[in-house]
Design a protein around this ligand. Structure first.
Ligand SMILES: Nc1ncnc2c1ncn2[C@@H]1O[C@H](COP(=O)(O)OP(=O)(O)OP(=O)(O)O)[C@@H](O)[C@H]1O
Ligand SMILES: Cc1ncsc1CCO
Ligand SMILES: [Mg+2]
Length: 291
C-alpha cells in the first residue's frame, strides 16, 4: 500500500525495518540520556539560549552555556561529552572563541554539533564558518537554506551553492540534498536538515523523517534547541544515531504538543512536557524512510 509519503517521494525509499539495529540504537540512546544526564556544553545565540537549555534538560541531559574557548577547554577536560556551537547572534570576540571551542572538541576526540544559523550573511559569520573547516563538525544541524549556503562557503564540489542569508528556512529540504551530501562527505560526519520532512544523511544513506508540527515554525528556537538536543544525544551515541534520535524525538514530541495546545505559547510549554514524556519506543518506532 502506498502512503501519502510514497506518493510524494517515489518508490525508491522504504520504511526502515522495524528490527533494523539503528532503531535499537536510537531507543538505547534515548534511555541512556535519561539514565546518565550527560552534559553537552553550548555556545549558542542570545535569542533562544533558554529554550536550548530547557530542551536539553527535558530530554534528560544537562546544560552549560558560555562563550569562551578557555571555558570550552576546561569543560572538555571535565564533564562535557559534546559541544554545541550555534551561529545565531555573533559578537566580535567569537571570531577566535568559537573556532577555539571547535578545536578543543576535536583535540579531545569529542563530538561537536554546528548550527550554521544565517550562513551566508556577513563577513564575521563567513570568517568563523571558514575557520571551522580546519576541525569540521561531527554533526551539522541546519535548515535547507543554511546547508546550501555552508556548502558554498566551504566551496564544496557537487553542491548547488547559492549563497543565501537568513535565519528562517526558505528552501525545501530536498533542494538541499546535494549540499547535505557534500557537507557529509567533507566532514566525514552527519548532516541533519530540518523542515516539514527532515533529512538526516551520512553521505551514503538518506533518512527522511516525516511528522512534527507546523507550530514549530511559530516558536523561535525550535531549530536551535534541536541542535542542542542533538549534542546531548552525541554525548552517548554515534553521530548518525544521535542525529536521528534528536530529530525523531522532536517530531514525536511536536505531534503530541500540537494535540495539547491552541497557540504558540501553549505549544512551547506542551512541547517541553512532551520531550519529557515521549517514550524511547515511540521515538525508535517512528516512520523512517531510507534511500
Ligand atoms: N512545516 C513543518 N512541519 C512540521 N515540522 C516542522 C516544519 N518545519 C519545521 N519543522 C520542525 O521544526 C523543527 C525546527 O526546524 P526548522 O526547519 O524550523 O529549523 P530552523 O529554521 O533552524 O528554526 P530556528 O532557526 O527558528 O530555530 C524541526 O524539528 C522540524 O522537523
Ligand atoms: C531570530 C533569531 N535571530 C538570530 S538567532 C535567532 C533564532 C533563530 O535561529
Ligand atoms: Mg535555525
Amino acid at each position: 500500500m502506498n502512503t501519502a509519503y510514497d506518493d510524494a517521494h517515489g518508490t525508491d525509499s522504504r520504511n526502515l525495518d522495524i528490527n533494523d539495529p539503528l532503531r535499537a540504537r536510537i531507543a538505547r540512546a534515548v534511555a541512556q540520556v535519561r539514565a546518565t544526564t550527560p552534559l553537552a556544553q553550548s555556545l549558542t545565540n542570545f535569542v533562544t539560549i533558554n529554550l536550548v537549555a530547557n530542551a536539553q534538560l527535558a530530554v534528560g541531559g544537562t546544560a552549560a552555556m558560555h562563550y569562551s574557548g578557555e571555558e570550552a577547554a576546561a569543560l572538555d577536560h571535565g564533564a562535557s561529552k559534546a559541544t554545541y556551537i550555534n551561529m545565531g547572534t555573533l559578537l566580535e570576540p567569537f571570531r577566535t572563541e568559537y573556532p577555539a571551542a571547535a578545536r578543543n572538541a576535536a583535540e579531545h576526540g569529542l563530538p561537536w554539533v554546528l548550527d550554521p544559523v544565517g550562513a551566508g550573511a556577513g563577513e564575521l559569520r563567513g570568517d568563523i564558518l571558514r575557520a571551522f573547516a580546519a576541525t569540521p563538525p561531527t554533526i551539522i544541524r541546519c535548515n535547507a537554506s543554511e546547508a546550501i549556503a555552508l556548502a558554498g562557503i566551504w566551496h564544496l564540489d557537487g553542491a548547488d551553492a547559492r549563497a543565501r542569508a537568513g535565519v528562517e528556512a526558505s528552501d525545501e529540504v530536498d533542494e538541499a540534498i546535494d549540499a547535505a551530501h557534500a557537507l557529509a562527505r567533507f566532514t566525514g560526519g552527519v548532516v541533519s536538515v530540518s523542515g516539514a520532512v527532515d533529512l538526516v544523511t551520512d553521505g551514503e544513506r538518506d533518512f527522511r523523517l516525516p511528522g512534527g508540527s507546523v507550530w514549530m515554525t511559530k516558536i523561535t528556537g525550535a531549530g536551535c534547541s534541536l541542535g542542542g538536543v542533538t549534542a546531548t544525544y552525541a554525548c552517548v551515541a554515534d553521530p548518525l544515531t544521535a542525529a536521528m534520535a534528536a530529530a525523531l524525538h522532536y517530531n514525536r514530541a511536536a505531534d503530541s504538543a500540537e494535540r495539547e495546545s491552541n497557540g504558540p505559547g501553549s505549544f512551547q510549554v506542551a512541547f517541553l512536557d512532551a520531550l519529557w514524556n515521549t517514550t524511547a519506543d515511540e521515538i525508535a518506532q517512528s516512520p523512517i524512510y531510507v534511500s
